[in-house]
Structure formats: structure tokens, C-alpha cells
Design a protein around this ligand. Sequence first.
Ligand SMILES: N[C@@H](Cc1ccc(O)cc1)C(=O)O
Length: 422
Amino acid sequence: MTDIVDELKWRGLFALSTDEDALRKALADGPVTFYCGFDPTAASLHVGHLVQVLTIRRLQQAGHRPLALVGGATGQIGDPRPTAERTLNDPETIANWVGRLRTQIEPFLSFEGENAATMVNNLDWTAGLSAIEFLRDIGKHFRVNKMLTKESVARRLESQEGISYTEFSYQLLQGMDFLELYRRYGCTLQTGGSDQWGNLTAGIDLIHRLEPDATVHAMGTPLMVKADGTKFGKTEGGAVWLDPELTTPYAFYQFWLNVDDRDISTYLRILSFKSREELEEIEKQTEERPQARAAQRALAEELTTLVHGADQCAAVIAASKALFGQGDLTDLDEATLSAALSELPRVQVAELGQVVDLLAEVGLVASKSAARRTVKEGGAYVNNVKVAAEDAVPGRDELLHGRWLVLRRGKKNLAAVEVTAG
Ligand SMILES: N[C@@H](Cc1ccc(O)cc1)C(=O)O
């Protein structure tokens, strides 16, 4: 079997670590209990969290034992961002989000067998801690001079508003988590994004001071970057969430399908569970026929299945094929169709009028005369059927599930019409 460190390196997942040889040896010698933490800053995880969640899964599959931490305590403090202070959410909201994140993370891990995963919450060891105890037992081991050098803290010190004492204290809490998990579970490795490096080493330093015999490690995964320089994980509609109520499986699938050709092999290596041979084969196909977007399709399919299940993935693939004219729109069940259409520009009308009016109204063309031109050139479609006449009016019998029409201009531009009356 390949060495897990080599595997992580090949995938580009091993961006930073404490002593690499020591970590490699620990992982090769036997099950390592490791942890990764997630703060409840929203009701759901988003695609940016997948790197962490899937790295934990990967390490578990390699035989190691995960502790997945949801930060009921740290979520109430807020890890300082380089840009600005966070607004505090109330404790009940945070408690609710803790529950949601837990249920989101659990399906990625196995809770059976020798290296069963354990879910933990740092509120368990901080809720009963007094401020005096915290400052004496933990605070005493931190040097402010060093804390100030942490990247996000340093950036905030340069800003007009500075940083609150609350957020400045965050690294103590995360440091204490690692110590606590070392003591409770024998946890000797923490993984996290490279932006977490300061927090990861805060824990290492604290453990070294209080548990001089301990050998502990930290590993940082790369940040997901985009070739065009924009932020990963955002679309015009905002963040891409894992919760299907917040981002439909259809939109989730489309997000991966639309990954830039320049980024796709990097993302595949980081996120896919396919073997090196399989990925190299996909990379080869992509080089030969980039327009087929085999790599994007493979990643979209794998991640949609992993996050939303195989049935949802199949429905979403059917919907996107059908919308783009390679399948039958009338075959789609109502839920799948309406989820797919909710991602498109759309108008509601009480009565069906001329196609040219609908095309203009929904914004697929700039004007009614442009709409006529499109029809004349044979570039307008209603439910994948080419519109033949400039004065065509769709019939009620054409409505999908009694209320929808899918309009298309050319190959790619889609919109939906919803007929409300009747
Ligand atoms: N600080 C981490 C979350 C975290 C919280 C507590 C920990 O012990 C570890 C990690 C983040 O913002 O992503």
C-alpha cells in the first residue's frame, strides 16, 4: 500500500506540516488519533469545507482514528478573519448550528470498527471553566508577542478597527482543544487549512509545555484557489452550501461542472477518491478533448453522490441533460425539474402569450425584435423544440407539470416561465 503521506502529497493535500519524517513515521507505525475542527458560523458547511471533511475521511480510510470537533465554544468567540471583526451570534442559534454541522459531517465518517470516528464539542470542556482558571492554567503559557505574529492577528492590527480581545483570545481556545483531546483521547495530530497554521501550532506549543513527553503533529491542507483570482466556492447566488435546502443538488452539481479547465485537475486530486491511475486517465482524456469536460463531469458526479446520494445525483444529471436538449424534459419529476429551474432566470405569467414576448420578458434577448430575429435564425426553443413561427404561442398542453415552460436561446442560454393562473 502506498504511504499515506506520499498519497496526500501527490494529491497536493500536504501543504504544510510539523516535522515531516516524524509524522510519516507515526502514520506508518499505526493508527493515529487525529482531529479537525469546524466552527458553527452558519447553518451549513459550504464547498470550501469539503477539503477538510474529505481529508478526514481519507485519513480514516487509511486506518487512522478521527475526532471531528464542532466548535460550540469557539463558534461563540470567532476565529479572527484578516478583514474584519465578526458579529456575535446568540448561543441558542450557535447550539442549533452545532447540531446541524454534526449531522452534516457524520455521513462522511465511519462510526464502526477499530478506528471508529468520534464527534466532539469543545463546549464540553470550556462551559464549566472559570475565567480565573482559564487565565491561570492556559493563558499563562501563551506569549502575547508570539500571538501578535499570527497572520490574521497581524493583519487586523494594521486595520483601523484593530481586533477585539475576544477574537484575540481565539488561539488559546483552539490550542486548549488540542491539549484536551490529547489528554482525553490520545490525539496526536491536528489537520486544518493552511490558514489555521497559527492555531495548529498554538496547540502543539501548549502540549509541549504541559505534556513534555508527548509527540504531536500538525498538517495543513492547501487553500482552494482559482486561476481567475476570484474566491473559491462563491457563485453569483452566494456561497455553495452542502445543505440541499440552501443550495439545491442541481446547483451543487452545476457548480462543479462549471469549474475552470485550468483548475479542474487540481480540484480532482484534492477532492476525488478515485485512484491515481483513474485520475491520470481522466487528465489524459481532458488533454485530448477538453471540450468534453470529462474531468468536470467526473468531479461533479462524485461529489454530488457523496454529498447528496446516488439517487439525487442521477436525477440531477437527468435534469441537466434534459435542460440542454439531450434528454426528455417530460420525464423529469416535478421536484427535480423545479429545483433545476429555480437556478434559471425566470418569469411568472398569468396567461401564455407569444414566445417572442416571453423570450424578451425573461431576458434571454434584449428586445422583442431581437426575439423575432432569434426565432427566424432557428435559435429559439420551447421545451427543447425549435420554435418555427415568429407568432407562435405555446399551448397549455405543453406546460411541464401543468405550469412550466423551458425556454432556450442557442445552445446554452436557458430560462423558465411559470404559468400561475388556471
Ligand atoms: N478555527 C477553525 C475551527 C476550529 C475550532 C476549534 C478547534 O479546536 C479546531 C478548529 C476554523 O475556523 O476553521
